[in-house]
Design a protein. Structure first.
Lengths: 167, 100
């Protein structure tokens, strides 16, 4: 990895972890949504260090542009009820679940950190619109069409679930 | 600095998302935690694809993960709205209609 790429990786990694921590710890959901936005934007920057330019743009478009805005709309729609008070009791089970998850995450991350793989040069079209687009349309045409149907079904399902049933 | 660093970061982010999903009662925050976990998987896919760049398989997978995550967010938030209509709260502890 070149020095600029390594620097970008370190900066985006710090912001991604900070955004994720803000997301899960914020009392107000709007602050959690902003933490998620920071997390997503830093991950889009990190995708650039992995030569995934098209996916970085898609990350910004789909997540920052659509998903976070959807979350903010729902927070505004629900209003004050979007804020849920702190959990009372069940200290033992909560502590145990946090400790187990942290232990597993630490064990996995310290193990995989030593994984070595070649990090050679890539071709010019790797990760660009041309390269990834050709890969999608040549190798994954049927899944691509299926995913569009999935999105259509999700839209219809979301409308059917969320619409008001008062006649 | 190499693939291992990305994998370690992705597992840390997945752990943060899992902790958020397990310990928060706010359904909005839980949905955001699911997004965190899906994003960390994308990091792994792209890191491995960068290490073995002969084809675009990892990036194609990450593309589909992003699409499915968008659909999941839409349906999940619709369920949240429906739940809020019934219960007037988004506390998951109150989701007990099917409990007894």
């Amino acid at each position: 990895m070149s020095l600029p790429a390594a620097t970008l990786f370190v900066v985006t990694a710090i912001f991604a972890i900070a955004g994720a921590l803000v997301t899960i710890s914020a009392r107000r959901p709007l602050r959690a949504a902003i933490g998620l936005l920071i997390h997503i934007i830093s991950l889009a920057g990190m995708f650039l260090t992995l030569d995934a330019q098209l996916l970085a743009v898609l990350q910004l478009l789909v997540y920052a542009g659509a998903v976070v805005v959807l979350f903010v709309f729902v927070i505004m729609l629900i209003g004050p009820a979007a804020e849920v008070g702190p959990i009372q009791g069940r200290v033992a089970s909560r502590t145990l679940s946090i400790a187990m998850t942290v232990a597993v995450a630490l064990a996995v991350s310290t193990t995989v950190a030593y994984f070595e793989a070649p990090w050679g040069a890539v071709s010019d079209e790797f990760g660009t619109v041309e390269g990834l687009g050709m890969a999608i349309y040549k190798q994954a045409l049927v899944p691509f069409e299926v995913i569009s149907i999935t999105l259509l079904v999700a839209i219809i399902g979301a409308i059917a679930i969320a619409r008001s049933r008062t006649e | 600095m190499g693939v291992g660093t990305y994998l370690a970061l992705a597992s840390v982010l997945f752990g943060i998302g899992a902790v958020g999903f397990l310990t928060r009662r706010n359904m909005l925050i839980q949905l955001m935690s699911i997004e965190l976990m899906l994003n960390s998987v994308n990091v792994v896919l792209l890191a491995f694809n960068r290490a073995y760049p002969a084809n675009h398989d990892g990036q194609v997978f990450a593309f589909f993960v992003i699409a499915v995550a968008a659909a999941e967010a839409a349906v999940g938030l619709a369920i949240l709205i429906a739940y809020y209509r019934i219960k007037k709260t988004i506390d998951t502890d109150d989701a007990s209609l099917l409990k007894y």
